[in-house]
Design a protein around this ligand. Structure first.
Ligand code: ADP
Length: 456
C-alpha cells in the first residue's frame, strides 16, 4: 500500500517535472527559432538595401545607360543578380539574373520583399525598391541566394525535433531520479512507522533535518508518539494501580468470609464478619465510583453546567454535612467565609472538590486538631482555603499527592478509609471549572489546600 503510494507520488512528481521542463524547452526553442528567423530576415534586408544603393550608384554613374554585366564585377559586393524595370524601357536585367529567373518577374507583384525559387532550384531573396531619374521612375531589384540561411533554419528545426524528445526523455529520467531522491525519507519513515506498535512506543522516526518539511513531519509524528506513549504509560500504571486497589478489599472480604466459615453456628462472629464485609464492599463501591468519575471526566463525558453560584453557601453546606465526622474526632471545624462570594461554576463538581479537601483535613488531622475553611474574594478571583493542623505534607510528596492512588502513608490512608482518589478528583473538578488548586504545607505544621477560581 505505502509502497505503491510512494511509487505513485514519485511518478506524479516525475510527470510534473517532465511537463514543466518540456513546456520550458518548447517555449525556449520557439523563441530561439523565431529569433534566428527574424534576425536572418533582417540581415538579408540590410544586405539588400546596401545592394540596391550600390546598383543605383552604378546606374547613376552610367547616366541612364544600362551599366551592363561588366560593371558588376567592379562593385565591392559583386552583386550579380540585379535588374531594373521602368515604363519607358521595360525590364533590363543582368545575364546572371536571366540564367535563373524568368522574364517579367520584376515590378509586377508590387511586393517589395519575397522568396523566389530560381530555375536552378535554389531559393532567392528578392528585394525591389522604387526609385527615379535619370529618365523617369523605375524599380531596382536585387536577389540574394538564401540557400545557406535556409540550411541553417533547417538544421535548427532538425535540432529542435531531435533535441525535443531527447530532452523529454532526459527530464523524465532526471525527474524520476530526483523525485525518488526527494521522497526517499518518506518511504523510510513509513517503514519505521509500520514497525512501531504498542510494545515499542518508545521508538522514534529518524529526523535528518529538523527544518525541512519531512523533518517537520517526522518531528510532529514523534511528538504524537510521545503523547501516545505518555497516555499508554499512564493507562498501564492506572490499570496496575486500580487492580491493586481493588484487590485489597477483595482479599479482606475473602479472608473474613473464610474465617467465619471455620466457626459454624457462631452467630456473633458471623454478624461481625458480615459487618466487615459490608464495610469493604462500601469501600469498593466508593473506589469504583471514584474511578468511574475520573474516567468519564477524562473522556469529557461529564457535562458541566456553569452558573453563578454562591461559593460561601456551598462551602458552608459541605462543612455542615461533615461536621459529624469532626465531632467524632473532637476537632474544631471553623467556617470563616466572607458572605455571598459568587463565581460562575458547575456547582456539583466544585462541591465535590471542597468536600474531598474537607474530608481529607478531617481524616488526616489527629483528634483534637482544628480545621478552618475560608472563602474570600480578591483581585478578580475567588479563593477557597481549607487549612488544618494535621501532619502536613513533605515537599517531596507535594507534587504527587494529586496523582491517582498516590499516598504519603499508604497504610494510614487505607486504615482511615481513603481510596487514594480524593485529591485527583478535587484537582480535576477545580480545573474543569477553570481554576487551579494549590498546596501549601510543611511537615508537622499542617496543610493549606487552596482553590483559586476566576470570577467570571
Ligand atoms: P486518600 O484517599 O488516600 O486520602 P487523596 O488523593 O485524597 O487520597 O490524598 C492523597 C494523599 O495525600 C493522602 O494519602 C495523604 O497522604 C495526603 N493528604 C491529603 N490531604 C492531606 C492533609 N490534609 N494532610 C496531610 N496529608 C494529606
Amino acid at each position: 500500500m505505502t509502497g505503491s503510494m510512494h511509487g505513485r507520488v514519485r511518478w506524479r512528481l516525475t510527470l510534473w517535472y517532465a511537463i514543466t521542463l518540456t513546456l520550458i524547452c518548447l517555449t525556449l526553442s520557439t523563441c530561439v527559432y523565431l529569433f534566428v528567423r527574424t534576425s536572418s530576415m533582417l540581415l538579408l534586408r540590410t544586405q539588400a538595401d546596401r545592394d540596391v544603393a550600390y546598383v543605383k550608384a552604378l546606374i547613376d554613374e552610367a547616366g541612364d545607360q544600362w551599366p551592363g554585366d561588366a560593371s558588376v564585377a567592379r562593385g565591392p559586393g559583386g552583386v550579380r543578380l540585379f535588374g531594373t524595370a521602368s515604363a519607358q524601357r521595360g525590364e533590363r536585367v543582368t545575364a546572371a539574373w536571366r540564367e535563373v529567373f524568368p522574364a517579367g518577374l520584376l515590378g509586377g507583384s508590387g511586393q517589395s520583399d519575397r522568396i523566389v525559387q530560381g530555375s536552378n532550384g535554389r531559393h532567392y531573396f528578392l528585394h525591389e525598391a522604387k526609385t527615379g531619374t535619370p529618365g523617369g521612375p523605375y524599380t531596382v531589384a536585387v536577389a540574394q541566394d538564401v540557400e545557406q540561411t535556409y540550411a541553417i533554419g533547417r538544421k535548427l528545426t532538425l535540432l529542435i525535433w531531435i533535441g525535443f524528445p531527447a530532452a523529454l526523455l532526459a527530464s523524465l529520467a532526471g525527474g524520476y531520479w530526483l523525485a525518488g531522491h526527494a521522497i526517499a525519507p518518506v518511504a523510510q519513515m513509513a517503514r519505521r512507522a509500520r514497525d512501531i506498535g504498542a510494545e515499542n512506543l518508545s521508538e522514534r522516526l529518524p529526523v535528518y533535518d529538523r527544518d525541512d518539511e519531512f523533518g517537520q513531519l517526522a518531528v510532529a509524528f514523534n511528538d504524537t508518539l510521545s503523547r501516545l506513549e505518555g497516555a499508554f504509560e499512564r493507562m498501564r500504571r492506572f490499570t496496575a494501580d486500580a487492580s491493586h486497589e481493588l484487590r485489597t478489599p477483595l482479599t479482606v472480604i475473602r479472608s473474613v468470609g473464610e474465617n467465619a466459615l471455620q466457626h459454624p453456628g457462631d452467630g456473633v462472629r458471623h454478624a461481625d464478619a458480615i459487618g466487615s464485609m459490608l464495610e469493604e464492599v462500601d469501600r469498593l463501591v466508593q473506589l469504583l465510583d471514584g474511578l468511574l468519575l475520573l474516567t468519564r471526566a477524562q473522556d469529557g463525558a461529564l457535562p458541566l453546567e456553569r452558573t453563578v453560584t454562591d461559593v460561601s453557601a456551598l462551602v458552608a453546606h459541605s462543612i455542615d454535612s461533615l461536621a459529624v465526622l469532626a465531632e467524632e474526632k473532637r476537632q474544631v471545624l471553623v467556617c470563616a467565609n466572607a458572605p455571598g462570594v459568587l463565581a460562575t461554576v458547575d456547582e456539583a463538581t466544585l462541591k465535590q472538590a471542597v468536600y474531598n479537601l474537607l474530608a481529607n483535613a478531617i481524616r488526616y488531622t489527629p483528634a483534637g486538631g482544628a480545621i478552618e475553611a475560608r472563602v474570600a474574594s480578591r483581585a478578580g478571583e475567588v479563593v477557597v482555603e481549607v487549612a488544618d493542623t494535621g501532619p502536613g505534607i513533605a515537599p517531596e510528596h507535594q507534587a504527587h499527592v494529586f496523582e491517582r492512588f498516590y499516598r504519603v502513608e499508604p497504610d494510614r490512608s487505607r486504615a482511615t478509609g481513603g481510596t487514594g482518589l480524593g485529591l485527583a478528583i478535587a484537582q480535576w473538578a477545580v480545573q474543569a471549572n477553570g481554576g487551579v488548586i494549590e498546596l501549601e504545607s510543611a511537615p508537622k505544621h499542617g496543610s493549606i489546600f487552596r482553590i483559586r477560581l476566576p470570577v467570571a
